[in-house]
Design a protein around this ligand. Structure first.
Ligand SMILES: Nc1ncnc2c1ncn2[C@@H]1O[C@H](COP(=O)(O)OP(=O)(O)OP(=O)(O)O)[C@@H](O)[C@H]1O
Ligand SMILES: [Mg+2]
Length: 287
């Protein structure tokens, strides 16, 4: 019998990143890309990571995917140390990784083929997932016959067919036009409501992070550190109207200030230290 998407246990997908440092480069070029990063993600949680370009977001995702190694610290998923890539941790990039010579349905079914699942069952399960992402009518097309948004929907189905404990998404909608991007965000949330896997989603787009996430983690410039954690209690299912609410705008302003501190603004002179007795005498004339 084929597994229904809803049967995926939400008790899976607990991510623990503990005091992780990652050094990249060789010799004189060696540098610290991540500095003492600790993150805990609950099963089924949707976490977005925001940070300036080059701060180490993809490096962090690479460590979770098992492509990069921590110089110090530990990365575990459901208590198991990450020692290399595994379909349990499915990756979606900005550009799809579909096989050009395989039909959409065979691309989606490929993970099951690797697991030795029979042809009829893997096709049926691939079609179920294609239906979930609204592409069952395109099952027998080739990737090049689809739009960018459709290709990314196939990519998501390709990853989800493995029932990953965690889906790792590195700016998956970054190459799409604004309209398609909004549509994809909505679709991803609908799919995630049905298949409750943990998601680590990297983006530069503050609106996208606020719209999607249960929690946003903001990173500093290199070496990347987590500088702020923002829990979002916007109700689900999320509607587009959310982005015009006062709370959304307020949080957006807060994220903007974290990501773009105003270096060129006039430095604010430090305020004199106040005590219950007032400012110390030597500062009284300095203000
Ligand atoms: N293999 C590598 N060797 C040396 N330096 C690297 C390597 N990969 C990435 N870097 C550098 O490490 C830093 C972190 O890179 P990373 O790609 O993780 O940043 P990012 O936050 O994902 O950036 P972006 O938002 O532009 O995608 C960057 O300064 C990058 O130039
Ligand atoms: Mg990156």
């Amino acid at each position: 019998m084929s597994a229904q998407p809803q049967t995926v246990a939400t008790s899976q997908g607990r991510v623990a990143i503990e005091h992780v440092h990652i050094h990249l480069g060789q010799g004189a070029q060696a540098f610290e890309a991540l500095h003492d990063v600790s993150i805990h993600i609950e099963p089924g949680e949707f976490v977005c990571i925001l940070g300036p370009s080059g701060c180490g977001k993809s490096t962090l995702l690479g460590a979770l995917a098992g492509h990069l190694w921590a110089s110090h610290g530990r990365v575990t998923v459901d208590g198991q140390a990450v020692t290399g890539p595994h379909p349990d941790r499915g990756l979606v990039f900005q550009h799809h990784t579909l096989f050009a010579w395989k039909k959409v349905v065979d691309n989606v079914a490929f993970g099951l083929k690797m697991q030795g699942v029979g042809r009829a069952e893997r096709r049926q399960r691939a079609l179920e997932l294609l239906k979930l992402v609204g592409l069952d009518a395109f099952a027998h097309h080739y990737p090049s016959q689809l739009s960018g948004g459709m290709q990314q929907r196939v990519e998501i189905a390709r990853v989800l067919i493995n029932h990953p404990r965690v889906m790792l998404m590195d700016e998956p909608f970054g190459a799409l036009d604004a309209q398609t991007r909004l549509m994809m965000q909505q679709l991803l949330l609908e799919v995630w409501e049905r298949i409750r896997t943990s998601i680590v989603f990297i983006t530069h787009d503050i609106d996208e992070a606020l719209f999607l996430a249960d929690r946003i983690l903001v990173m500093s410039p290199r070496p990347g550190r987590i500088i702020e954690e923002i829990a979002l209690d916007f109700p689900r299912p999320r509607q587009q109207e959310l982005v015009t609410t006062e709370r959304f705008t307020e949080l957006k302003r807060h994220c903007l200030a974290l990501l773009h501190p105003q270096h060129d603004a006039q430095p604010v002179p430090p305020l004199p230290r106040l005590t219950p007795l007032g400012a110390p005498p030597r500062l009284q004339f300095a203000i």
